[in-house]
Design a protein around this ligand. Structure first.
Ligand code: FE2
Ligand code: FE2
Length: 125
């Protein structure tokens, strides 16, 4: 079973964005598999950083589109990306400092945030 599933409910009106979301989900599923298999923390960290890089690249692309929209929701949308990235940076710091990270809390947060974010914001693009 996959951790993140690309279902029709989270489809957005822009094929490039759908493709980027699919790619991000793939990086998350690889991370999830590595955690489930109890792989080394350095492998998990590398996969996590790969996910964050992909996500960051996606937000840069998506925010270019958002900034051209006259919608008042845009600011909240960009703030929500920033909040999520702040949280992911916190995890990166914890990995770097070899602090304990609850993978289940982390993965749950990522999963819930992603689905809610797409439905609340990305689908209005
Ligand atoms: Fe977004
Ligand atoms: Fe997005």
């Amino acid at each position: 079973m996959s951790f993140m599933n690309f279902t029709p409910e989270i489809n957005v009106n822009n094929e490039s964005l759908n493709e980027q979301h699919r790619r991000i989900f793939k990086t998350l599923n690889i991370l999830f598999r590595s955690i489930s298999r109890n792989e080394s923390s350095s492998d998990i960290r590398t996969l996590f950083e790969n996910f964050v890089c992909n996500f960051l690249r996606h937000t840069i692309y998506e925010e270019k589109i958002i900034n051209n929209m006259p919608d008042p929701l845009c600011e909240n949308h960009i703030d929500d990306h920033a909040m999520f990235l702040g949280r992911m940076t916190g995890y990166m710091e914890s990995f770097e400092n070899e602090e304990y990270v609850s993978y289940s809390v982390m993965l749950n947060f990522i999963n819930n945030w992603f689905i809610n974010h797409i439905i609340t914001f990305d689908q209005s693009i």
